[in-house]
Write a protein that binds this ligand. Structure first.
Ligand code: 13P
Length: 251
């Protein structure tokens, strides 16, 4: 029986892109309009400085946007931070939380990630909750234990109802050009699916699980065909509309 899980291609621009990069959103819109309708939801998560304009450009072409992080509080004296409600106000539909770069650069714990995801839900954004093991953890045979523990502590309890997306991003595959084998991706996504069903019941079947880490036009078709891979979280290859269009058409 086909699952109703949403297929998603999410571009994470990270700390790349000045206003000129908005031309890539227009180019993506043009490319999508020229081809067959995408068989997935398309989301761009630009730097916060570009979010409002990216949302405006995207909305004309059915391209959604997301923030790359949010503060766990709804508002307050938090200099330099952005609340989930502000992202929503700027046009976002999604927010990435717990990306490994934030866990590493800012010491974010899974408990903080969960609070951010809850703030996202409160603001009516869909949190994309990222998890993933380091190479040392994988080499020690602990990848699954680490990922499931991160999920256990990072996912809000009311994640069911397709309100949350999970992104599995092995830290060692991000920006390196290396990816796990298809069998390793399949095994991890199955373990995540089983965890979600155990925790959320039948609703766990409907949560989308994205793979991220060196997804490129050349490997997208293979990765996206793996069971329980419901889409991709794409970094470097999302910066050029031409690459991202090829990944979208691989769905
Ligand atoms: P790359 O696609 O550049 O490996 O980045 C993946 C990622 O971190 C997306 O969030």
């Amino acid at each position: 029986m086909p699952k109703s899980t949403d297929r998603l291609i999410v571009g994470n621009w990270k700390m790349h892109g000045f206003s000129a990069a908005l031309a890539e959103i227009s180019a993506l819109a043009t490319a999508l309009a020229a081809g067959e309708p995408p068989r997935c939801i398309v989301v761009i998560c630009p730097p916060a400085t570009l979010l409002a304009e990216a949302s405006r450009l995207g909305s004309m072409a059915g391209i959604l946007t997301g923030g790359q992080d949010c503060h766990p509080a709804l508002s307050g004296a938090h200099t330099g931070d952005l609340s989930a409600a502000m992202l929503k106000d700027a046009g976002a539909s999604y927010v990435i939380v717990g990306h490994s770069e934030r866990r590493a650069d800012h010491g974010e714990t899974s408990e903080l990630v969960r609070a951010k995801a809850e703030a996202g839900l409160t603001a009516k954004l869909i949190p994309i909750v990222c998890v993933g093991e380091t190479l040392a953890e994988r080499d020690a045979g602990r990848a699954e234990t680490i990922v499931l523990d991160q999920l256990d502590r990072s996912l809000p309890d009311d994640a069911a109802g397709r309100k949350v997306v999970v992104a599995y991003e092995p830290v060692w595959a991000i920006g390196t050009g290396r990816t796990p084998t298809d069998a390793d991706i399949a095994a991890m996504h199955l373990a995540i699916r089983q965890y979600l069903v155990t925790r959320f019941g039948a609703a766990g079947q409907d949560l989308s699980i994205l793979y991220g880490g060196s997804v490129k036009p050349a490997n997208a078709r293979t990765i996206l065909a793996i069971a329980n891979v419901d889409g991709a979280l794409v970094g470097g290859a999302s910066l050029l509309a031409s690459d991202l269009t090829r990944i979208i058409s691989a769905v």
